[in-house]
Design a protein around this ligand. Structure first.
Ligand code: ZN
Length: 149
């Protein structure tokens, strides 16, 4: 009459199922940042538990997002500084006209801007202190016009 219970008390050997070799696993340090030492139940258990795994995932993603944001802000500030330099050197009647490749060689990247507007078929891009406009001159060379905002 106790046969069923005895069967249930047989130790369930799931080692074959998860391919974890028998024998205790070495304690690990949870890599989420908590530094907690834990005894993994499975060979593929990386974090202390699912909360720690979620924390690590979100934290990593947020860090990546902030990193991208600071790269973008840096590029925008650099662009604005380069326009400032050329505007101060070359402006005539509140517009400076320069060869784009000179600005590019100084690190200017036209894809980094904070906005744009179309006026008379021309596209003007905005930075913090300046607007710029890209065009080709009569020799098919890329040029930029810089305006103070
Ligand atoms: Zn942790």
């Amino acid at each position: 009459m106790d046969i069923e219970n005895n069967i249930e008390f047989e130790p369930v050997n799931d080692f074959d199922m998860d391919k974890t070799p028998p024998g205790p696993l070495k304690p690990r340090i949870c890599p989420c940042g908590c530094e907690k030492e834990f005894q993994p139940r499975r060979r593929d258990q990386i974090y202390y538990n699912s909360q720690h795994a979620n924390y690590a995932y979100n934290h990593g993603k947020r860090k990546e997002k902030n990193k991208n944001r600071s790269i973008e802000e840096k590029a925008l500030r650099k662009n604005d500084d380069i326009l400032d330099l050329h505007f101060k050197m070359d402006q005539i009647d509140n517009v400076a006209e320069c060869f784009l490749k000179i600005l590019i060689s100084q690190g200017f990247r036209s894809r980094y801007h904070i906005g744009m507007t179309e006026k008379f078929d021309k596209v003007y891009y905005f930075l913090y202190r300046y607007n710029f406009y890209l065009f080709k001159d009569e020799n098919n060379l890329d040029k930029i016009k810089i305006y103070k905002r």
